[in-house]
Design a protein around this ligand. Structure first.
Ligand code: COA
Length: 254
């Protein structure tokens, strides 16, 4: 449980809302743990047939809490972030994302594990891993080139370029771009309800078939990325970049 994760049931649809507005829904260990637990419980609950992951109308999430990165970097199989990433990678029930505003770092990489992604036209997707002295995570170094090809992946990962929701649809990262706000949540709920009305056995097998091979490789890549990421997180470049963010100044890399 986390006060920063809201869980709501609408019929057979479970909606998980990241809710930490004062920090732009930055994800803490507690929030990762609560999301992993909620997804795992939904997997065991036949009455849940689809899940929605969303933030507020202003912001999806600003990514991993930078203070957590600096003070208590957690990795390895027992860490909440690891459990969350594995849960979305291996989820057997349909995951639907509704993205308004910024989706930074894991805010974008988690979308790669969702089955349907609805974004605001002016949503801001960004993976500034290199800008922070870090490397890609969540299997994104495998999933992005597969989806986007190398040049676009390089644009997003080597430059840390931000893209709008409209461009994310063009890139194949999202299904539909809509006017910002409620329309994005409505589109996600409509899709989730449609899925929830379908025969669950057929949905489960179809998702398994279209993800076969991919989820297992993504999961292995995730482990490798995790090793590099932890190493970089303890390094001078990341310490400087993260401290600079907290101190609201430009980082200086010598
Ligand atoms: N971790 C911890 N705190 C965060 C955060 C994060 N990932 N993202 C934002 N915050 C905090 C800010 O420090 C600020 O706190 P303060 O009010 O105590 O000063 C508050 O949330 C509001 O953020 P701010 O940057 O002022 O809002 P904004 O609307 O101008 O910009 C973002 C929103 C999301 C674009 C911007 O905050 C951002 O880029 N965040 C960095 C995200 C990041 O680097 N994440 C790690 C990715 S691997």
């Amino acid at each position: 449980m986390s006060e920063h994760l809201l869980e709501e049931r609408t019929g057979a649809v479970l909606t998980l809302t990241m809710h930490r507005p004062e920090k732009k829904n930055a994800l803490t260990r507690d929030m990762y743990g609560a999301m992993a637990a909620a997804i795992s419980a939904a997997e065991d609950d036949d009455s849940v047939r689809a899940l929605i992951i969303r933030g507020s109308a202003e912001c999806f999430t600003s990514g991993n809490d930078v203070g957590d990165f600096l003070n208590a970097p957690a990795s390895g199989p027992e860490s909440p972030v690891y459990k969350f990433l594995k849960a979305i990678c291996h989820a057997t029930k349909p995951l639907i994302a509704a993205v308004n505003g910024p989706a930074v770092g894991v805010g974008t990489t988690m979308l790669l594990h969702c089955d349907l992604v609805y974004v605001a036209e002016n949503a801001r997707l960004k993976m500034p891993f290199v800008n922070l002295g870090l490397c890609p995570e969540a299997g994104s170094s495998f999933l992005l080139p597969r989806l986007l090809g190398h040049p676009r992946t390089a644009e997003l990962l080597l430059l840390g370029e931000e893209i709008s929701g409209a461009r994310a649809v063009e890139f194949g990262l999202a299904n539909q771009a809509l006017p910002a706000g409620q329309a994005v949540f409505d589109a996600a709920l409509t899709a989730a309800r449609r899925i929830a009305e379908q025969p669950p056995g057929s949905i489960r097998l179809t998702k398994q078939l279209i993800k076969r091979g991919v989820a297992d490789v993504a999961s292995q890549v995730m482990d490798q990325e995790g090793e590099y990421f932890s190493r970089l997180l303890g390094g001078a470049e990341a310490r400087e970049a993260l401290a600079a963010f907290m101190e609201k100044r430009k980082p200086v890399f010598n």
